[in-house]
Ligand binder design. Structure first.
Ligand SMILES: CC(C)(COP(=O)(O)OP(=O)(O)OC[C@H]1O[C@@H](n2cnc3c(N)ncnc32)[C@H](O)[C@@H]1OP(=O)(O)O)[C@@H](O)C(=O)NCCC(=O)NCCS
Length: 220
């Protein structure tokens, strides 16, 4: 990414994040897209941009983006983002489209929201949210398999209005950091083949494809 000369940057324990004021997106300096960024041109005003405080897993990525653990009062907005963002990227929606039925009288979004609600009820401590200017705009859930030492990135979504600004990347980096802190040695994530935004997000951060699976359905 050629620098626009308007970027700010700040020291984060690992790694360094920059935010482009013109494009409104967040990028890390170890991101190959940032190869053209010249360190000498960066402004060192990090104190205002990063607060590496750890209370409740909080991490201010910039003056307006905060990654923190979810609280009970965030659940409604998490469900709202789920309904807005997933659509074609859930098996429930594909089944509904193919068979023209609302399974069990519920739409795909109601099923998906129920899945997230159940997860939040049982494991809210495994949910991070991204708060932009005080508003929750994205989330990421995860599980830890302590026996195998594999951390799994589970559901994640960013409100469509706020996508392509590096928010999911920031959430994912935070979750991977948590995996390391929790002693995990591997990270795992699965997604649908046609979910290109998710695939690019994972591959950009270093995940490598392992295998593909196939979903079938038929009417009885
Ligand atoms: C996947 C998702 C969470 C990404 O959120 P995001 O905040 O927009 O992601 P980022 O801005 O951090 O983007 C990271 C990279 O993903 C890729 N990407 C994101 N959105 C994309 C899109 N619409 N088209 C193509 N690539 C996209 C890009 O490579 C991007 O990096 P770049 O902007 O530097 O090129 C979001 O698209 C979403 O909510 N999707 C619906 C829910 C979903 O499918 N979740 C994944 C479940 S496995």
């Amino acid at each position: 990414m050629p620098t626009c000369g308007e970027c700010i940057y700040a020291e984060d324990p690992s790694p360094t994040l920059i935010r482009c004021r013109l494009k409104g997106i967040f990028r890390y300096l170890d991101d190959p897209a940032c190869m053209e960024f010249k360190p000498a041109e960066k402004r060192k005003d990090s104190s205002q941009d990063i607060d590496a405080g750890t209370s409740g897993g909080e991490r201010a990525i910039s003056d307006d983006l905060l990654i923190r653990k979810a609280k009970p009062e965030d659940v409604d907005v998490i469900l709202q983002i789920t309904a807005e963002a997933f659509k074609d990227y859930t098996v429930y929606h594909l089944l509904e489209k193919r068979h023209g039925v609302k399974f069990g009288g519920r739409s795909w979004s109601e099923w998906k929201k129920r899945e997230l609600k159940n997860f939040c009820e049982s494991s809210l401590d495994r949910v991070y949210v991204a708060e932009l200017n005080g508003r929750v705009v994205g989330y990421m859930t995860y599980t830890l398999d302590r026996e195998r030492r594999i951390g799994e990135v589970c559901n994640n979504a960013v409100s469509p209005r706020y996508q392509r600004r590096g928010i999911a990347t920031s959430l994912l980096r935070r979750v991977l950091e948590t995996f390391r802190q929790e002693g995990m040695k591997f990270a795992y994530v699965k997604t649908l083949e046609h979910d290109m935004p998710a695939r690019r997000l994972y591959e950009k951060i270093g995940f490598k494809e392992l295998c593909r699976s196939i979903h079938y359905s038929m009417r009885l």
